[in-house]
Design a protein around this ligand. Structure first.
Ligand code: NAD
Ligand code: ZN
Length: 357
């Protein structure tokens, strides 16, 4: 097991990562001051069915706990579920010493973190990520829920006390979720570390032969990169925006497809390809990435999506300004920059991108 130190201006905390990292849970809780009076586990029904018993077994005899099991799926990152969790916490006597355990992927991490960040003006929480994607979402302190007007529109910055990343829990992930999380690993490599990108490109040919060692290296380096960015800019006033590489179009695709039939990372993968197609200096890299993504089973853009509707969505992005859409582009691998692009120009480029398929 390894420990990565996350060092944001507001808080430092460990990420314990490796096989059986889950066994660190009780020792970690025991070091917390004040000692938690009780715990609230928030999970979803897929993860709950697979791993809730393991967590409960560890806590048995040490801590009293209650569990909220939400339905799985990003639409559950809702105001209704947020309200339900708050009511449940109040009814079950959680106080300011209590600790919330977020057991699940990014959906659970985001909503449970938001519940923790706002319950009694903020209580402690621990991230127990169970997806590859959550190497991204469990670190950095962004928490929140969706609104019918847009994803992640309501939330707070609230850092966890610790992240316990037990890689043995990842073996049950469906392949499209592996692809989803891996796209964020690739994103981290592209915005920050050419050697890491080249290593991934060289070593990952199919997810069936993705070894524990490769997985651990991918997650560890991804988390380190996220940490480097978040340390510089916890509240996204500047460089943190680079983490949105691929996300402007990615979010628009997810929204246009009503969050069905494509995972977050698969949409981000398409968004990265589009971003790389916009500048001559990255077009070759884009072509190479496209070939690799195809081999790894990433989906193509569904052909019923149109440029005007996607651009309409992109205009609603939190980072859009009047007449322009802000996108993260690369000068080269590891050299991201923010570019403000005229909406009409972007629409014609997107049209070309859609036609290329
Ligand atoms: N806060 C942040 O900085 C940040 C960053 C990136 C993404 N996000 C958010 O993260 C969410 C996406 O995260 P995600 O991809 O982990 O989604 P998710 O939590 O919805 O998990 C994906 C699916 O996998 C299932 N699952 C989870 N772990 C499993 C396991 N070990 N075995 C089998 N099935 C398992 C879940 O039940 C779900 O059906 C989005 O809401 C996104 O907005 C947040
Ligand atoms: Zn993402």
């Amino acid at each position: 097991m390894q420990t990565i130190k996350i060092t944001t201006p507001s808080k430092c905390y460990p990420v314990h990562i490796g096989e059986n990292a889950l066994t660190q849970l009780v020792p970690l809780l025991q070091t917390m001051k004040p000692s938690p009076k009780n715990l609230l586990i928030i999970t979803d029904d897929n993860v709950g069915q697979l791993y809730l018993k393991d967590v409960e077994k560890l806590l048995e005899g040490h801590y009293s706990y209650k569990t909220v099991q939400l339905k799985a799926g990003d639409s559950e990152k809702s105001f209704e579920n947020y309200y339900f969790c708050q009511s449940f916490a109040l009814e079950n006597g959680l106080d300011r010493t209590s600790v919330i355990l977020a057991l699940g992927g990014g959906m659970i991490g985001d909503i449970a973190g938001f519940v923790a960040g706002t319950y009694m003006r903020g209580i402690r929480f621990i991230q127990i990520p169970t997806t590859i994607l959550a190497h991204d979402s469990a670190v950095g302190g962004k928490t929140g829920i969706n609104h019918p007007e847009g994803k992640n529109m309501i939330g707070v910055f609230h850092q966890p006390e610790a992240v316990i990343y037990s890689t043995d829990l990842l073996g049950t992930l469906p392949e499209n979720e592996v692809r989803s999380g891996f796209a964020e690993v690739v994103k981290h490599s592209l915005i920050a570390d050419k050697n890491f990108y080249l290593w991934l490109r060289e070593n990952v040919h199919t997810f069936h032969t993705f070894s524990q060692d490769q997985l651990l290296k991918s997650l560890t380096r991804g988390i380190q990169i996220k940490n480097e960015v978040v340390t510089q800019d916890e509240r996204e006033m500047g460089v943190r925006a680079y983490l949105n590489f691929g996300h402007t179009l990615g979010h628009a695709i997810e929204a246009e497809l009503l969050f069905k039939g494509i995972t977050h990372g698969e949409a981000v993968a398409l968004g990265m390809l589009f971003a790389l197609s916009l500048q001559e200096e990255t077009q070759q890299l884009g072509k190479d990435l496209k070939k690799w993504f195809k081999k790894l089973g990433y989906p193509e853009l569904p052909n019923h999506l149109t440029a005007p509707s996607l651009i309409g969505r992109m205009k609603k992005d939190k980072k859009a300004t009047k007449g322009n859409i802000n996108m993260v582009l690369l000068k080269d691998i590891g050299v991201p920059y923010l570019s403000s692009i005229d909406t009409n120009e972007l629409e014609s480029k997107l049209n070309e991108f859609l036609q290329e398929g």
